[in-house]
Write a protein that binds this ligand. Structure first.
Ligand code: GRF
Length: 214
């Protein structure tokens, strides 16, 4: 396939979602290719995963830049120099600034491990999300894939998946159960975008039937 959607994946940590995307691209199950992986943390294991897959891995650490905007401008340059068409946030723990939104308007997606708008927002990441779900006594949680807007976790929702909470769950067990669905569902959302089947009308997205995309 020649017109595979070129992804720029931004990561800060272990990169299991990145790995799921790399694997599905390699297996030909995704009409996409990872053009570049960029991290704000040079030691992030996700960068190692990129290198192992033969994908350019770029570390851009905030301390090497005068401010957030300059850091994000360097990220945009790296994305553009590798021809990235869609930014995929996969456990990226920094808030994006205007220069990224200007360069990639409506072309940034994120995955959050809860059913947005519950258990999301600033500082809600990692085990904190699952701890909050358990503390609240919610019977279901899940995941949300959404477009990214300047406000944290607020953009139009592309898809959600419900995962039951069990009475014996710990934050760790709930995280693992949701994570295994994240790996499937993030790839599914990327495939829908690659097929041109996701349209946005205000806050609402519409998934067009197969064969009706670009
Ligand atoms: C995932 O739970 C994702 O939903 C959230 O950050 C976590 C990243 O995990 N945004 P990994 O680095 O992909 O393993």
């Amino acid at each position: 396939m020649t017109d595979r959607l070129r992804l720029g994946v931004l990561v800060s940590g272990r990169g299991s979602n990145l790995q799921a995307i790399l694997d599905r691209c390699a297996e030909g199950r995704l009409s996409a290719q990872v053009a570049v992986v960029i991290s704000n943390i040079a030691e992030a294991y996700a960068l190692e995963r990129a290198r192992k897959a033969g994908v350019p891995a770029v570390a851009l650490e905030p301390r090497d830049f005068p401010d957030r905007e300059a850091h994000d401008r360097a990220i945009v340059e790296a994305l553009q120099s590798h021809g990235a068409e869609l930014i995929v946030l996969a456990g990226y723990l920094r808030i994006l600034t205007a220069s990224i939104f200007e360069a990639y308007a409506n072309r940034i997606i994120n995955i959050h491990p809860s059913l947005v708008p519950a258990f999301c927002g600033k500082n809600m990441h990692g085990l904190r999300v699952h701890q909050a779900v358990l503390d609240y006594g919610a019977k279901v949680s899940g995941l949300t894939v959404h477009f990214v807007e300047p406000e944290v976790d607020t953009g139009p929702i592309i898809l959600q998946h419900v995962v039951p909470v069990s009475e014996d769950d710990t934050p760790e067990s709930l995280e693992q159960r949701i994570l295994s669905f994240e790996h499937e569902k993030y790839a599914e959302a990327i495939q829908l975008i690659a097929e041109g089947r996701v349209t946005v009308e205000g806050r609402r997205t519409r998934i067009l039937p197969e064969e009706s995309g670009k």
